[in-house]
Design a protein around this ligand. Sequence first.
Ligand code: CS2
Length: 496
Amino acid sequence: MDFLRLNQSNLPDIAARLSCPRYDRDAVKTGIVHIGVGGFHRSHQAYYIHQLLEKHKAVNWGICGIGLREADRKINDTLEVQNCLYTLLTQHPNGTVDSQVIGSLTAFILAVDHPAMAIDKMAHPDTRIVSLTITEGGYNFNPSTGEFDFDNPAIQHELEHPDQPKTVFGFLAAALQKRREKGLPAFTILSCDNIQHNGAVARKMLLAFVQKQNASLAEWIEMEVRFPNTMVDRITPVTTATEIRYLKEKYNIQDDWPVVCEPFIQWVIEDNFSNGRPPLEKLGVQFVPDVTPYEKMKIRLLNAGHSVLGIPGAIHGHPTIDACMQDSVFATFMRKFMDKEATPVLGAIQGIDLAAYKDSLEERFANPNIKDALSRICSESSAKLPKFLIPTLLENLANEGSIKYGTFILAAWCYYSDRGVDISNTPIKIIDERKEELHQHAKRYKQDNLSFLRISDIFGRLLEHERFQKEYTKVLAAIYAEPDVRKHMKEIGQID
Ligand code: CS2
């Protein structure tokens, strides 16, 4: 069967079947260069810009994607065939699916093949923002000290060869240097990753790098480049064959990499830009003087809540977040973690009803049409947990607060990293850059039951707390004695 391939020339035909861009994509200029075009960027920022183009003629704010890694070749090749068009499938809890073709991404550069082209694009006078979704691990800092990691070989290479950038820091420095030489205004660096104070972290890391590479450029960046903090939110599971098939069967359209997401969307940004910004407030984006309470609330409740379900869920054999939520033991455990451990250290957040926020998270997690795989949720836990969960534990230790939910998750993570199988002995798909190191530490628990926690850049100062050590040792032994984590979770959730 011949399907209609999603691309620019087929758009008029496709528009008869589903919602397509009505703006002239050729007239759109690149105002934003985005590094890290994953599903999340395509369901969130690119969707907002698409709406701006559609409803508000914001033709100066089109997006050019950049891929810095070899792993970005697949998105490069897919977007090339599809003229950067893709379908966004919004899955409602009642089964309704909104399908729309998004057109705001108008170009893509694979920097691995074309580094100079990527730098030139960022240094182009039309480019006013460089935004990032490079993941929690992409900021190249030691999680326990918060300092830039100069030992990374790619960073060392860039320091010696500024003309051969490899990481985001090398590329940003090269592009900013070019703008400075040409007398062009700096662009804003807009971090959209789940890190508290993501803009401040991006700034600190970039400056640490550039100070070593080119001190006078660092001074210029300090004066000229703005790094607004942002809170971003939209659950975006990994695309599967189901979505590709759905578009073929329902619309007869071939899109090799659509994106699937929940209906909820939120973006809170500090209004602090170097060189203008798109009028996103027209779409309900919140511009605030200080994003701290929003980002803290989201990371400590939503992202941590995901990990609290995901790690024991993987051991139990639940495939997805919605499957965990259907299991009342998991749902209760997660809510109690939020109420008893995350909320007390969050404090009150002005203008926000935390109870209502947590209720809405429960509903979002339970959406039966968002099959958010635990392999995605648990991926790169070594970068996520130091930001999502461990700060809550440390603060509760300092305040004599409850620690048993969070501690249980760390003990379960040790078991997960050691055994790598679920309770029916099926291997768990573990995706983590530090998988091997985690495994090596976890498996030594018999000789040294705190061995896993000795990866100090992940666990920071947790081990200094005797109360934590005791609780951890107790639950770790319990999990090894009875790997059906659900039983322990039931007990913990009931006693409390
Ligand atoms: C998830 C996030 O990576 C994770 O573990 O918690 O990707 C989450 O789905 C998004 O931050 C939602 O905005």
